[in-house]
Design a protein around this ligand. Structure first.
Ligand code: F6P
Ligand code: MG
Length: 454
């Protein structure tokens, strides 16, 4: 049940795995330790202080393990719902492996699970999020793009007077195409790659204007957006479908996802949207329930943008109120299945989390956001770029009950598929002309798999 291509591993010096395992992850851990030290310096209760110092010692040990090629040990039973899944996978496949010679995807996920353990076994700091400050801070520095969207999409979507049915449909199609791109490029701001971003860098990544989007569409190297629209249109005819988002990053990306989901509800394309987040801090900026609540409540009550006008603040507040209302009415539902925080790829989703597979199979469309989800869908292996998406995702396309899937991903790592029959040539050309094209987030894919009825 594995693909025929080798999975990337940390010791593959030609891949981004090498830089990630050897350099990026230790840097991320050092920054995480700095964050905990900042918290420690503001803590007054002795028991809480000493408890937190033990968390820091465990983080130091993890950093040492990471850098000294220590073997991957089982996860301590800290009561998390995923412990059994983790230890089963370690025992079955990764006995004796270390961070560099285990598959990159697994080793990287394992690091975040061990980081979780540093806190989950503590007495007072079980729910501490070492990335929370960073996530909030980046969103509060994203004001320009945030208000551009909130002022534009505040008024619910409605058609101009006197349009024919065909014109209405075309207006919806255009809006759908634009918002799909906004949702896609919202993925550029993941914090694991953009440590210490300047205000200018954030701005350039978040331009959302129409002209900009027309220019960026040519950077979508595998583009099934037209087919995606056909699918959505048919859902509307059937009184609106259920759409699932397997979320990626908190803050601005989540905000873009919600703008998109809002349009899907208002236009009648969807009647229910389910958002799938992580149970604990994951790959630096992934969404947890706390991030979700923080976003909605900051929009309604927050004072994050001191330079904003009253009108801008009001637009954000009203948008946030609408989204909270969707939650109350059950039109938006937030979920957090333990499987999303494991080291398994989605080739194993149907066998390792059959309840989740069944749940997703009832959806009309499951949108997977971002690079990590894409790596997990494709087994993070060296498949040729011309490989069809349906083939690259294995059982997620071919198993009975596989849902319809769309991957919205800006390319930030080695695996690239779905570029069409000329894809290998195109990738080779980019390899020679534009070093780093696979990790810059400048390019993207929007790939669709129809799934298989159960
Ligand atoms: O590939 C580089 C990387 O930083 C990985 O750590 C991770 O898969 C991914 O990018 C994070 O990006 P995203 O938030 O889009 O999943
Ligand atoms: Mg992420």
């Amino acid at each position: 049940n594995n693909p025929p291509w080798p999975a990337f591993r940390g010791y593959h010096t030609y891949s981004f795995a090498y830089a990630t395992m050897g350099h990026r992850l230790p840097t991320i851990l050092s920054k995480a330790i700095d964050d905990v030290v900042e918290t420690l310096n503001q803590e007054s209760e002795e028991e809480r202080v000493t408890d937190l110092i033990e968390c820091i010692s465990r983080m130091d040990k993890l950093k040492e393990d990471l850098q000294s090629q220590a073997r991957l040990r089982p996860i301590i039973d800290d009561g998390e719902a995923d412990v059994a899944l983790w230890n089963k996978e370690i025992a079955k496949y990764f006995q004796g492996k270390d961070f560099m010679n285990a598959p990159w995807l697994f080793a990287e996920a394992y690091k975040y699970r061990r980081l979780r353990e540093c806190f989950s076994v503590s007495k007072y700091w079980q729910h501490y999020d070492v990335f929370f400050r960073q996530k909030c801070d980046t969103f509060s520095r994203s004001g320009d793009a945030v208000f551009e969207l909130s002022t534009r999409f505040l008024e619910p979507f409605k058609h101009k007077e006197g349009l024919s049915d065909a014109e209405k449909l075309e207006a919806e199609r255009l809006m759908f195409m634009e918002l799909t791109q906004i949702c896609l490029w919202g993925n550029s701001t993941d914090l694991s790659l953009l440590i210490n971003m300047t205000e200018e860098q954030i701005k350039s990544l978040q331009s959302t204007g129409g002209e900009h989007l027309a220019a960026t569409e040519k950077n979508i190297l595998g583009n099934d957006m037209a087919r995606l629209w056909e699918t959505m249109k048919n859902l509307k005819t059937n009184t609106g479908g259920r759409i699932d988002f397997v979320l990626d990053n908190a803050g601005f990306e989540l905000y873009c996802d919600c703008v998109y989901a809002d349009f899907l509800i208002q236009s009648g394309l969807a009647k229910e949207v389910r958002f799938h987040g992580k149970r604990y801090p994951w790959f630096v900026s992934d969404v947890t329930k706390k991030d979700w609540n923080w976003l909605l409540n900051s929009m309604v009550y927050g004072h994050l943008f001191p330079k904003a006008t009253d009108e801008e603040m009001e637009s954000l507040r009203r948008l946030g109120l609408r989204w909270k209302q969707y939650e109350k009415e059950g039109k938006w539902i937030y979920e957090q299945h333990p499987f999303w925080c494991t080291g398994y790829t989605y080739w194993d989703l149907h066998s390792e989390a059959p309840d989740l597979f069944l749940h997703l199979s009832r959806s009309d469309l499951v949108i997977f956001k971002g690079d990590l989800n894409h790596r997990k869908l494709t087994y993070d292996c060296a498949a040729p770029p011309s490989t069809e998406f349906e083939i690259a995702i294995g059982p997620m396309a071919s198993a009975a009950g596989a849902p319809r899937i769309c991957s919205l991903r800006t390319i930030k790592s080695d695996v690239v598929v779905g570029l069409g029959s000329d894809g290998d040539v195109l990738a080779e050309k980019l390899d020679t002309e534009e070093a780093g094209w696979k990790i810059s987030g400048k390019y993207a894919v929007v790939l669709l798999s129809e799934g298989r009825p159960g």
